[in-house]
Design a protein around this ligand. Sequence first.
Ligand code: TYM
Length: 332
Amino acid sequence: MDEKKIILSGIKPSGALTLGSYLGAIKNWVELSDTYNCYYMMADMHAITIRQDPAALRRTTLEQIAQYIACGLDPDKNVIFIQSQVPAHAELSWVLSCYTMFGELSRMTQFKDKSAKNADNINAGLFTYPALMAADILIYQADLVPVGDDQKQHVELTRDIAGRFNGIYGDVFKLPEPFIPKVGARIMSLQDPTSKMSKSEQDTGGCVCLMDKPEDIMRAFKRAVTDSDTRVRYDVKEKPGVSNLMQIYAVAAGKSVIETEKDFDCRGYGDFKQAVGEAVVELLRPVREEAARLLSDKAYLEKVYTEGAEKAAYTANKTLRKVYKKIGFVQK
Ligand code: TYM
């Protein structure tokens, strides 16, 4: 019997993959993928909570698959799939939304942030999104959910929903744990280090994307906002810009934040920014090259996501059938 524990995680293909998603999530997915049975998806159903251009959504979804593989996720060892191709997610999501409280959803900070930013489109999906995310996780009986810091609240709500459901019907769902990296859990914007790096900032220079050219990456780091001091010292409160760059450097160069502080003691910000830029360029170079190669092989990508959806559906349908039986739906 396969004793490996299970991982599920995903990213919305609502734009290019950023350095934030890479350091906060994907890097850990790759590290954990040997020891767990892993399901990694393109969360396209989540993406449409914000209005998407159809052609762009299709393109970014395929690009994201190529980038997952290029980052080191072997499709023979990991189930790589597109969320909308496994209908059981939507089906379980409806059931779970009947076990999720309005008050709980109202407290989600991401809902508050996103509805403030999209005041003309505060749709019901944006509000019930955490019930779909709970379905994504619980349908695979995941033990671990590797995510950045901003998703922790959603994973905690998932545990509450699962606990409530189990309390009524017996042990149906496994309670998942979030897995948040010690360094890199919240990469900040290079232009405004008090807000999270996000895909929406591509034009302002605040964000670096996995497919960016080396010269663009270097330029973004050279222009990164720091402070009027000159010392490379870790202090998130007083020096948020420099501390963010130190985190990025530490993960990209495989060092600790303390080592980074020592390495750059008495060297100015100019030197430091150059080194961070170079470390990120080298970290992303193989990803960019391999993703570009994979993208030109559409037949291969299609094979990956078709087989991925089949494997995912097999597991997901087992949980869905159990849930339907427990709640009293007549079985076929
Ligand atoms: P999304 O698409 O916003 O982000 C994808 C992943 O990247 C992490 N992340 C970051 N980590 C560090 N610093 C940043 N600046 C940064 N920006 C993004 C996020 O924490 C996340 O891990 N709801 C999810 C997608 C999702 C999901 C799931 C995740 C749907 N179903 C089930 C886990 C399990 C989302 O919007 O992530």
